[in-house]
Design a binder for this molecule. Structure first.
Ligand code: FE
Length: 176
């Protein structure tokens, strides 16, 4: 009898741990707004948060791109080949950056847009890596998003070449 109770206890314990696993995975996937007190899709107040603080909040991949201007490898980002209807927000702070109807199919290997939310982005001169480029940053949190080039399609002729990891997409169907 004792053995039976012992076995039942082990089985029920395993069932509990199996049930809990998906919850943990879900938390890992939906990382941008979790444990991030600065994240908001409505508050556009400028943020002044130190990199030491961001390092505690952001995933290592996002920190490297957003706070250290790293670039994700081409053709690897989750939004490179992605054409759903919705909006793109800053993965660091939640600021609105792009609408999906300004996204176009580019062959460069990174998600590309011909127009940005004017309240969403700001620009810095970037002379790093022996090139003269214009860096695009989030207007609210100053995080690195990518660069802008003048070889985009009409009507603007500009190409916002973005890192997928810096973006967070919210589909129209999710906003109810
Ligand atoms: Fe931001």
């Amino acid at each position: 009898m004792k053995t039976l109770i012992y076995l039942l206890a082990i089985i029920s314990f395993q069932m509990c741990t199996q049930v809990k696993q998906p919850e943990n995975n879900l938390k890992m996937d939906n990382n941008s707004s979790k444990n991030n007190p600065y994240y908001s899709r409505t508050d556009r107040t400028k943020l002044t948060v130190s990199n030491a603080e961001w390092r505690k909040i952001l995933s290592p991949d996002l920190y490297a791109v957003a706070r250290q201007a790293d670039t994700e490898r081409p053709f690897t980002g989750k939004y490179n080949e992605f054409d759903e209807l919705g909006d793109y927000y800053c993965a660091v702070c939640g600021n609105h950056l792009f609408r999906s109807d300004s996204k176009f199919s580019s062959t460069c290997g990174w998600p590309s847009f011909f127009e940005a939310d004017k309240e969403g982005v700001a620009y810095n001169r970037d002379s790093s890596h022996g090139m003269e480029r214009t860096e695009v940053v989030c207007k609210r949190c100053d995080s690195h998003l990518g660069h802008i080039f003048n070889d985009g399609p009409p009507p603007t002729g500009t190409r916002y070449c973005m890192n997928s990891v810096s973006l967070e997409f919210v589909g129209d169907s999710e906003k109810k």
